[in-house]
Write a new protein. Structure first.
Length: 481
């Protein structure tokens, strides 16, 4: 294995390339104290649809769909799921048809967690939803769309039928009907983290699996009919894992972390193989603390964008938590001279990179809700980098506006987290009764809304429950301050 130590100058909120608004942005979005960003797709008008999870719509964790314009500015948000917990992991778009979202849920069946998928129209109105899985516990990690419009979902399953965690792969048609389901297992832990389409008939799954002696980084080739073609291990004597994968011109690019023989923490590691998994190049960048590549996107012109997650002092300008960075490499895994930092106190992570229609890239992730002071909360972030590496260094903040469905009327509640005045926006002209309480049920204030405004300036920092009554129907939303 070739080991390279790359010295990279990270500019932290100090400078950036000269940019125009249409070329680059860096935004964070908050609907509650605990929001996560996982999936992103670009639209025909150059806007974006994003998904993840939020507690901003109810007391539980819900899947959200949020539409952004091409500048990353908020347009609308919708929530999906049941009374318990959901996560949205990937979102797909078809012009003139609508959106599909894939994730996992424990609300819609008597089982624990299952794969969860739903379809909406272009305005985010739900058309159908379904859960799929086994009697065991499932969590979806990634999904792709096939050329014929079907989807391949990949995640983990764990329970009475599994050997610790097993790989679960499922093909689903565009109407949410299961085509096939395959469980892949060894005698140890098997965890898939990502999937990519190699060609019209083959997908590649990346992650980690037990090779008989060790938990090692793994690539697996599977036919779209569910037949496994091969499974290969890389650096099998060491503990490694691949977190993401991309394919281009019958080559496979896998990124993750590897714990070297003399180390106890993972170092940055990426490989390039041919279509059969035969190693062509590898790149190991040894750091003085935890560091791994989290996401990858191979562009058609040889640019390879990766995200780095690290608490290494050589990367991390803050002493607490993991920070995230974007680097550009050549397709032969040499650094190509570009790096940008998106760091704050506590943990920050990018979860997906996609190409954009202007030959740049967009990333979605989860960041701490206070960039300079310790805080347990998280926010969604979306970053757009231009074709010529234009980037914005300081984030612009938006809200994930909470939209309630009451008596066939949409009610938008914002901002959340609270500021001085809470706005409750609706087309309904009649009275709206409200109750504001703390999580233990203690009433703080109540009454009828006046002109859709509620003064919350005197509230202390904390969590609150706002209950609205409209035309005889009641809904509750969780607020934070």
């Amino acid at each position: 294995m070739e080991i390279r130590l790359t010295y990279i100058l990270i500019s932290v909120l100090l400078c950036c390339s000269s940019i125009h608004a249409q070329e680059a942005f860096y935004r964070t979005y908050a609907g509650s104290s605990f929001d996560e960003g996982h999936g992103i797709a670009q639209l025909a008008d150059s806007g974006y649809i994003i998904t993840g999870s939020t507690a901003g719509f109810s007391e539980a964790s819900d899947v959200f769909l949020t539409r952004l314009n091409k500048f990353g500015e908020f347009e609308w948000s919708k929530k999906f799921g049941g009374a318990n917990s959901e996560r949205g992991k990937r979102v797909f778009y078809e012009e003139g048809v609508g959106f599909w979202c894939a994730g996992y849920s424990n609300s819609l069946t008597a089982q624990s967690f299952d794969f969860y998928m739903f379809k909406t129209d272009l305005d985010g109105q739900l058309e159908w939803e379904t859960v799929m899985g086994t009697p065991d516990w499932e969590r979806l990690h990634d999904a792709i769309r096939l050329p014929n419009g079907d989807f391949v979902l990949v995640g983990e399953t764990q329970g009475s039928l599994s050997q610790q965690e097993d790989i679960l792969v499922m093909r689903v048609d565009a109407a949410g009907n299961q085509v096939w389901m395959e469980r892949v297992q060894t005698s140890g832990r098997d965890l898939p983290h990502a999937i990519s389409l190699l060609n019209d008939t083959t997908v590649i799954i990346a992650g980690e699996a037990y090779n008989g002696t060790n938990q090692a980084a793994m690539l697996m080739s599977m036919h779209i009919n569910g037949t496994t073609n091969w499974m290969n291990f890389y650096e099998p004597a060491l503990h490694g894992k691949f977190y993401d994968i991309d394919t281009y011109e019958n080559n496979i690019y896998a990124v993750g972390g590897l714990i070297a023989a003399t180390e106890s923490l993972p170092d940055l590691w990426m490989i390039r193989t041919d279509k059969d998994g035969v190693l062509i190049y590898d790149h190991l960048d040894v750091r003085d603390s935890t560091a791994y590549y989290g996401a990858v996107e191979m562009m058609g012109d040889g640019r390879l964008y990766v995200s780095i997650i690290s608490d290494s002092p050589s990367f991390n300008p803050f002493t607490d938590g993991m920070d995230m960075f974007v680097l550009k490499y050549h397709q032969n895994l040499f650094w190509n001279g570009f790096s940008s930092s998106y760091s704050g106190v506590n943990d920050d992570v990018f979860n997906q990179i996609i190409p954009t229609n202007d030959n740049g890239v967009a990333l979605i992730g989860t960041v701490s809700d206070n960039r300079v002071i310790n805080s347990p909360g998280t926010q969604v972030t979306v970053v757009k980098i231009g074709e010529n590496d234009e980037f914005q260094a300081v984030a612009t903040n938006d809200e994930l506006v909470s939209v309630l469905a009451l008596a066939d009327t949409e009610v938008a509640v914002f901002p959340n987290p609270l500021q001085e005045i809470l706005t409750i926006q609706t087309d309904f002209n009649g009275p709206i009764d409200y109750l504001l309480s703390n999580p233990t049920g203690q009433l703080i204030q109540s009454g009828q809304l006046e002109e859709g405004k509620l003064d919350v300036s005197q509230l202390s920092p904390g969590i609150y429950l706002l209950t609205l009554r409209l035309k005889g129907q009641v809904s509750t939303i969780r607020l934070t301050k």
